[in-house]
Design a protein around this ligand. Sequence first.
Ligand code: NAD
Ligand code: UD1
Length: 336
Amino acid sequence: MKILLTGGTGYIGSHTAVELIERGYEIEILDNLFNSKITVLDDIEKITGVKPKFHKVDLLDVLAMEKVFEEGKFDLVIHFAGLKAVGESVEKPLKYYENNVGGTINLLKCMKKYGVNKIVFSSSATVYGDQGVAELTEDMQTGVGITNPYGETKHVIEEILKDVAEADQKFEATILRYFNPVGAHKSGLIGEDPNDIPNNLMPIIMKVSTGEIKELSVYGDDYDTPDGTGMRDYIHVVDLARGHVAAIEKMKPGVSIYNLGTGKATSVLEMVAAFEKASGGKKLTYKIVGRRAGDLPKIFANPTKAKKELEWETELTIEDAMDDTINYLKHYTEKK
Ligand code: NAD
Ligand code: UD1
């Protein structure tokens, strides 16, 4: 099976590339390098022995994308490419709708033109909005109470995929709703570039540990959770990557939706403590500040459907994620 990874040099795409290559899949990567570096390809080669064919192409450049499809003869697309900075999406909504929704429409038209009818899409737990409960299952209604344009783009793309599947019986789409990806490949060669998204917890913890940010602001300690801080389902990025391998092996006509998460929620202070433990007891400076607008107290995946239908479940722990993050940070700071 030949697979095109859009956004394949990014954080989740690069880890998925490694897992796919290690299982013998032939892959090519398309990315405009807006939020990733070309050197990721060398790192993938160092890990797997294979350097994937790369196309520096933007999803908004239809002609360039068609050329990739014409030559590629792909069987399936895993669609990671997209902008993901929540705060920026509030300031620049059109940029987000154009890139994420417009880019996906271009991709789907291109797939149709070149007879590719299988797609795996990177969605997010954000599509659930506020359900009033912490444990989220795939059959819940989505799209209500999403607090930012980034999240809206994920919901809209999910709806587009459903409509396309309705119109074309041969179309196979798997929507993967990621919870909070953390960690890095155990080699330390690939991971999340902490310069990319300054608003998520892990990249901020990374920057506090390197001294680039003075302290972590913990957004609220008055939630109805055991230590009062917000709780999320943090999934090791390598487990997440393996979820994609499981998904492509079980594709079926129509739209299938899966949560990719651990089923467990961890608080901000527990994450801080786990990071400190992994760094040999070195303290991470933090202060408690007010709640962040749009934050929920606690959410986590119910991963039962993925376990049953994809025969996939997470294997790695928060401790693994912290060890791998610290190892990656060492490599990252050496490279700089
Ligand atoms: P990332 O920014 O590291 O990777 C995305 C890649 O897409 C980047 O390499 C970027 O250059 C590329 N890209 C963006 N727009 C493009 C365009 N128009 N044409 C070509 N390439 C383009 O992000 P990631 O964390 O690896 O996320 C991958 C996907 O998963 C995204 O769609 C993201 O929204 C989704 N997701 C991420 C998280 C998370 O917390 N990281 C959570 C849920 C969902
Ligand atoms: C955020 C986005 C969500 C997006 C996801 C992945 C918001 C409201 N939600 O989710 O739409 O899909 O990122 O990109 O922006 N925290 C701190 N201090 C910080 C940063 C985070 O205490 O400096 C806390 C948060 O309050 C939360 C937890 O850490 O409890 C995780 O935050 P984050 O990494 O931003 O992820 P989400 O809030 O789940």
